[in-house]
Design a binder for this molecule. Structure first.
Ligand code: ATP
Length: 249
């Protein structure tokens, strides 16, 4: 069986005259963490939207474990094990942490449950929620109103909501955006533990974080993949340095 989890085959996206994605071909191997970098407007979020099914108007194909998923909406891609988080936090701010997680757990187990199954069903929900509270470090905040917590904790909760259905493929769009300095380390550790055993595509502008978390870096510019390799290879790549890392380095 192929070890390719996600595949872009000749993917292009146009917004009017602008070619946001220009014939991208890329195979993402199962179980690896990929960092997607590139200057503003390079096409990173657009590519993630194509993979997540939020942008169905594209040319070319998206394959998941060899199956063509190009026409599938996001909730149907979720059934193929694809989970996605956003630049802007998507939680239920008026609810408590545990209420937020309960909704995600209920969606996960949303099959018809006869009443005699209910106690076992409830136990499964409770187990899933407990596991996620532990993983996200939110156990002590379980009864806090989500929207009143620090932004770092809100992002941890959002990642928990994304992880609860058990995705095998995680698409993370700037998971550290807006997080204060003091919370970056904990958030990075959480992403690292969430990545274990999964295929991950990560967009992140914090270079130290993305270089430390990713096994492979994919560099985009003007809608194309212009370089790829390990973080060390990409740091040393002359083209990447001139178009992207140049000024910072
Ligand atoms: N819905 C849209 N309509 C028109 N143009 C769009 C749309 N979405 C993205 N674009 C344009 O497509 C190009 C790629 O945008 P995209 O958001 O994918 O880049 P990015 O690499 O994620 O940038 P950033 O790092 O700033 O988030 C940009 O020029 C952007 O302005």
């Amino acid at each position: 069986m192929s070890n390719i989890a996600l595949q872009c085959a000749n993917v292009s996206v146009s917004f009017g005259a602008l070619k946001a994605i220009d014939n991208v071909n890329y195979d993402f191997e199962a179980g690896r963490v990929y960092g997607l970098i590139g200057p503003n407007g390079a096409g990173k979020t657009t590519l993630l939207n194509v993979l997540a099914g939020r942008l169905l108007q594209h040319q070319g194909k998206v394959m998941c474990h060899g199956e063509d998923i190009s026409a599938l909406a996001p909730h149907l891609r979720a059934r193929h094990g694809i989970g996605r988080s956003f630049q802007i936090t998507k939680i239920y701010p008026e609810m408590t942490v545990i209420e937020n997680l309960r909704i995600a757990a209920q969606i996960k187990h949303s099959r018809f449950m006869p009443f005699w199954i209910a106690p076992r069903y409830d136990r499964r929900l409770a187990d899933d929620i407990d596991a996620m509270l532990k993983m996200t470090g939110l156990a002590a905040h379980r009864h806090d109103i989500a929207g009143a917590m620090s932004y770092g904790l809100q992002r941890a909760l959002e990642l928990g909501l994304t992880l609860l259905p058990g995705p095998r493929i995680l698409l993370l769009d700037e998971p550290l955006a807006g997080i204060g300095h003091q919370e970056i380390e904990a958030a990075t550790r959480l992403i690292q533990s969430a990545s274990a055993g999964r295929t991950v595509l990560l967009i992140e502008h914090n270079m130290d974080v993305i270089m430390s978390l990713s096994e492979q870096i994919v560099v985009m510019c003007n809608g194309s993949v212009i370089a790829q390799g390990t973080p060390e290879q990409v740091r040393a790549d002359a083209t990447v340095r001139s178009v992207y890392l140049g000024e910072d380095e």
